[in-house]
Design a protein around this ligand. Structure first.
Ligand SMILES: Nc1ncnc2c1ncn2[C@@H]1O[C@H](COP(=O)(O)OP(=O)(O)OP(=O)(O)O)[C@@H](O)[C@H]1O
Length: 984
């Protein structure tokens, strides 16, 4: 059908969608599965009704579930109509539409147009009861049970309800539920208010509750023209009184409804859809319907098992980076969503994203450190640490309530300022009776403050201070637990937030876990600076101070991210808030019993539907994960969610897929995007990047690969800064696959004199490193005559891990025969296989010697005062000038974190790296250094920082990565080749 502006809205619709859009029936019910185009169809129907059926936009009401959905829908209608007519459509959530009617016509039922909404109500049980009573609409069920399952005396509640309502009316207040209830009252009493409305359309109908159903009917009372779209399988708001039975009610009350089902899923790959359907089909009572995939098969969803929640977060972030890199940025950060059953699960993921400099947005809630309950505890800790922190003290002085009003707090602050003392000191003086006259603080308030704030906090302060000499000091975990206990914080949350309290309490528990982890990771003085002769250092053993500054850095980072408009952001969302949305890649962490299905959920079918909703948000790649323990180094053991456990193991891949060309092409096809050329993809990949999901073992009981193999990776930073390993091991990695070859060019590593000196534990300079390596090499006993030097291993890659060189070319045999054969591409016959077989690394000493052949630039003026040149690194155990340890005695750990990483243009990395990384990442470094460079090991420099002429010397073996023509290694990666590496 051509619109007036020439657009054809039917062009993007299938047959069933076209029928739904142009149905002449007064009532149309479109019931279909996820991704079948319900919202798309509803939007098109609005356009059709306005443009084709000629209904004036202002006579159309469209109710959506969220403001975001209504904004999007309005934009789409506007795009199709193209002439601004969409501005007339009454579109919004039920609440916002109801509010509009009450503001315009509410006076008729005694509502002042300047009505205000929302007011806090206590106690919570009564509040929940009242809310549910209002949500039921005309339903007459007025008894409920409280949280512990006891039936609540409805008479008493009724009285409470009447008093509550009376108070609201006297104050011209409407609470959230009232908006709907009073609008129903208005439209019943004065139907003429909606006499113009010709048609009503409802999105996400399965989540309407009783009063919303009443409203829908009242909006449409004149013409009884209603269109609804919904999916009973996606009903996830039962806990908010959504009623699936509204569907039957509609069919009963609107006979002749045109029921249309949409059977094609346009969103997800067929593999994702199959697995999601297997989950929802476990519910035997559901309304069955057909849902057929339209998209490519794609790859199977991943079910990844990890050791702990911390590992889980690290793995998610490493996978995000892997996908982004190996897709050549075809998939960017805003294509990823991490969907959580509860917001309290976000903390590890937020902190890992922050540490990695990846910006994210939080949908459906606040970021962890911005949550009220967390802010309160932190403020208490700040006051304990520094009682003179006026801001923090003023925020907690009446939280929980101590009978101090705003006016008193202001008066106290002013008095403190006049007297040039802190608020704490002032209140302390009042409480001791040392001060009286100037404030209006009353005696009983003083007592309350003294007993509930000053004394307990002073006491805690004494107990956490190491220098108090009061025996074993209280540690951070004990401090938080004691605070939470003494403040009766659980009761406070319950009394303040009612039904919402559980998720807030879960955040508090998560905060306790955070302190436990902090304690585990900070038992030593990890933040030591080099000691300098004659310059004394203060001891930094105040864990509370360190903890608080880490938190500030992390939360500053979150705040800064607010300003990153236009920048692609990873989305973290609750599953509930993700309804109706879609992303190319979706992660669903914490898939264990207790999380999903949730510990306190009554309705397991609704929990299953939640998982189904989450899984069906994914277009091309879907990842589920389950940590073995809920926290690192301990925590509770978990059990895989029974919804997933019931599925055959063949439904999932045990780890992320290999993103070779065929797989990435299929992903591109599903997303209708263009996959960049291999050469473009390779250019963006730092050398030595592990192309596989191999950073964590598939069996979480096995040790973590990255820590044991030292394989370079773009994965997460090690949680704890690595101590300096013996240099010999680093050499081994640096020399991988280039034995017998003398570097004919200078590398950044050889310009060690120009490096800056990072002064943190675990770091050394490249120069120091090279000198010690040369010394180690020199101290190696010469091989006996007739014996060749012991052969060094050519790779530290584990047998099951593919080299980056193999990416995109179909590696075969890689762990069975210990031989990696990278299939040739047809147009690469000129490079003989043997030329690249088993290249052995040259000695590092020879490379150092080679480096001497080149003239180094004159050394820059010393950055450090020569008088301080005798400084020694504190915790960093630097090798002595002449290492005595022989290479073959070297410890097996590999040092993979050189701070002397050269600055590299970070063209493909739009994320600016914040040196303030929450104290959990690397030390302060140049902001020019891209995150990838930060963790690029020394071994990788040679491929990317070539400064001299290229080419290879006759008589030496050509390195695998350097072609005959002397092209740079990275260019070589962009060319077709055939490579065989024999692993000895
Ligand atoms: N006929 C079609 N041809 C191609 N793509 C379509 C078609 N119909 C819908 N789509 C696309 O399918 C995806 C899902 O559509 P939409 O969000 O409308 O589905 P939905 O049924 O409302 O999903 P859900 O119930 O899961 O929220 C969107 O990306 C949409 O553009």
């Amino acid at each position: 059908m051509q619109l007036a502006n020439g657009n054809d809205i039917f062009k993007s619709l299938n047959k069933a969608q076209c029928r739904a859009v142009s149905s002449e029936a007064p009532t149309v019910a479109i019931l279909a599965g996820p991704g079948s185009g319900k919202t798309h169809t509803l939007t098109s129907r609005v356009v059709w009704l306005i443009d084709h059926a000629g209904i004036p936009p202002q006579d159309v009401i469209v109710a959506t579930f969220t403001n975001k959905a209504s904004n999007e829908m309005k934009a789409r209608i506007g795009n199709a109509l193209g002439d601004g007519r969409e501005r007339g459509v009454i579109i919004g959530t039920f609440h916002s539409i109801a509010r509009r009617y009450l503001v315009k016509y509410g006076r008729r039922i005694g509502i002042d147009p300047k009505l205000r909404s929302d007011t806090p109500l206590e106690p919570p049980v009564a509040r929940a009861w009242i809310s549910r009573r209002k949500a039921k609409g005309t339903s007459d069920e007025h008894t409920i049970r409280d949280k512990k399952g006891r039936s609540v005396e409805s008479q008493a509640l009724e009285k409470c309800f009447q008093e509550y309502q009376g108070q609201l009316e006297r104050s011209n207040l409407l609470d959230y539920d009232d908006l709907l209830v009073r609008c129903v009252e208005l439209l019943r009493t004065f139907p003429q208010c909606v006499s113009n409305i010709q048609t009503v359309l409802i999105d996400e109908y399965q989540d309407t509750n009783g009063v919303q159903y009443d409203l829908m009917k009242l909006f449409a009372q004149k013409h009884r023209r209603v269109t609804i779209v919904g999916d009973p399988d996606q009903s996830i708001y039962g806990w908010r009184s959504a009623e699936i039975k509204n569907l039957h009610r509609l069919l009963r009350e609107y006979p002749g409804t045109d029921e249309i089902s949409l059977e094609e899923n346009y969103r997800s790959s067929s593999c994702i859809l199959d697995t999601a359907l297997q989950v929802i089909q476990q519910d035997q009572e559901r309304y069955k319907k057909v849902l057929l995939p339209v998209r490519d098969k794609g790859t199977r969803p991943v079910l990844r098992k990890l050791k702990s929640s911390t590992d889980e977060a690290d793995w998610i972030v490493s996978e995000i980076k892997r996908i982004r890199l190996l897709s050549g940025n075809m998939i960017d950060f805003d294509d990823f969503a991490i969907l959580l059953r509860s917001a309290s699960l976000s903390r590890h993921i937020e902190s890992t994203l922050g540490r990695e400099g990846i910006a994210y947005r939080m949908v459906g809630g606040f970021k962890f450190y911005e949550r009220t309950e967390i802010k309160i505890i932190l403020d208490y800790m700040r006051v304990i640490h520094q009682p003179d922190n006026n801001d923090a003290f003023a925020r907690i002085i009446n939280v929980p309530k101590r009978g101090i009003g705003e006016i008193t707090i202001r008066a106290l602050l002013e008095e403190a300022e006049r007297s040039s003392i802190s608020l704490w000191q002032l209140v302390d003086k009042h409480c001791r009776g040392q001060r009286r006259a100037k404030t209006n603080i009353r005696q009983q308030t003083e007592n309350a403050l003294s007993g509930s704030l000053i004394k307990p906090l002073s006491n805690l302060r004494e107990r956490v201070r190491l220098d108090a000499g009061l025996g074993t000091p209280m540690n951070l975990v004990e401090l938080v637990q004691k605070l939470v206990h003494d403040l009766k914080f659980q009761d406070y949350l319950e009394a303040t937030y009612g039904a919402e309290y559980e998720s807030r309490w879960a955040n508090v528990q998560e905060f306790v876990t955070l302190t436990e982890e902090f304690m585990r990771q900070n038992h030593g003085d990890d933040e030591a600076l080099p000691t300098i002769d004659g310059v004394a250092q203060a001891s930094d053993d105040d864990l509370l101070a360190r903890f608080l500054s880490n938190v500030s850095l992390a939360s500053d980072k979150q705040t800064e991210e607010k300003d990153q408009e236009g920048k692609p952001l990873v989305t973290i969302s609750t599953i509930h808030a993700a309804k109706g949305l879609e992303w190319p890649v979706v992660f669903i962490p914490a898939v264990y019993n207790g999380s999903i299905p949730h510990l306190r959920a009554d309705d397991h079918n609704e929990e299953r539907r939640l998982l189904y909703v989450a899984m069906t948000r994914a277009k091309a790649l879907l990842y589920l994960s389950c940590p073995q323990y809920t926290a690192s180094g301990g925590g509770k053991t978990t059990e895989l969610s029974s919804f997933v456990d019931l599925l055959p193991s063949s439904a999932f891949l045990p780890k992320g897929p290999s993103f070779d060309r065929p797989i990435m092409s299929s992903v591109a096809k599903i997303l209708s995007r263009e996959l960049p050329l291999d050469s473009v993809i390779y250019k963006g990949i730092p050398s030595m990047t592990a192309p596989e999901d191999n950073l964590f073992p598939v069996d979480p009981n096995q040790p973590v690969n990255s820590h044991t193999t030292g394989e370079a990776s773009y994965g997460a930073w090690p949680r704890k800064r690595q101590k300096l390993q013996h240099p010999a091991k680093s050499v081994q990695v640096a020399e991988e696959s280039v034995e017998g070859w003398v570097a004919p060019y200078k590398t950044t590593m050889q310009k060690a004199a120009s490096f800056t000196v990072p002064q943190a534990a675990g770091f050394t300079t490249a120069g120091a490193h090279m000198a010690s390596v040369a010394a180690a090499e020199a101290s190696r006993p010469a091989p006996a005559p007739g014996h060749s030097a012991p052969r060094r291993t050519t790779s530290t890659r584990p047998p099951n891990q593919r080299s980056l060189l193999g990416y995109g070319y179909g590696v075969t045999n890689h762990d069975k025969t210990k031989e990696v054969v990278i299939d040739p591409r047809a147009h690469a016959p000129s490079i003989p296989k043997r030329a690249f077989s088993t290249p052995a690394p040259p000695s590092y000493a020879r490379r150092v010697a080679a480096h001497k052949e080149y003239q180094l630039p004159p050394p820059p003026a010393p950055a450090i005062d020569p008088s301080l040149a005798s400084h020694k690194l504190g915790a960093a155990k630097l090798p002595a000038g002449k290492p005595t340890v022989r290479r073959d005695e070297a410890p097996s750990k590999q040092y993979s974190c050189f701070s002397s990483s050269p600055t590299r243009p970070s063209a493909s990395t739009p994320v600016s790296v914040d040196p303030k990384d929450g104290g959990q990442g690397p030390g302060k470094e140049s902001e020019d250094i891209s995150p990838d460079d930060r963790r690029r090991p020394a071994a990788s420099f040679h491929a990317t920082t070539v400064a001299g002429s290229l080419g290879w010397r006759p008589g030496t073996k050509r390195p695998a990565s350097l072609g005959r023509s002397g092209i740079t290694p990275i260019e070589k990666l962009n060319k077709p080749y055939k490579l065989t590496i024999k692993r000895s």
